[in-house]
Design a protein. Structure first.
Length: 90
């Protein structure tokens, strides 16, 4: 994939656009409310888990340059923008 610089605001805008257009109706129900969703702002691929950490690691493993946006399902507050996720082995 092409490497393009996006501001944090652009990552958030694109991810929220995917969420509103394609994802929300599939995830906002019962047991998902309050869980974390991580969205790849370039592809719209996403995953859900309790903290967002495992999903972010999986998405980064698939695409190390992914621009990820994390938010809590059912809430209007975003909790993080992009960033780097690294797994340490000890």
């Amino acid at each position: 994939m092409q490497s393009i610089f996006w501001t944090l605001e652009e990552v958030a805008r694109r991810a929220k656009q995917f969420y509103e257009r394609d994802i929300r109706r599939n995830v906002e129900y019962g047991e998902n409310i309050g869980k974390m969703i991580v969205i790849d702002a370039e592809t719209g691929e996403y995953g859900i888990d309790a903290t967002g950490v495992e999903t972010a690691l999986k998405l980064k493993q698939k695409n190390p340059n992914a621009r990820l946006f994390t938010m809590r399902i059912g809430y209007d507050v975003a909790v993080s923008f992009g960033g780097t996720v690294e797994r340490t082995t000890e």
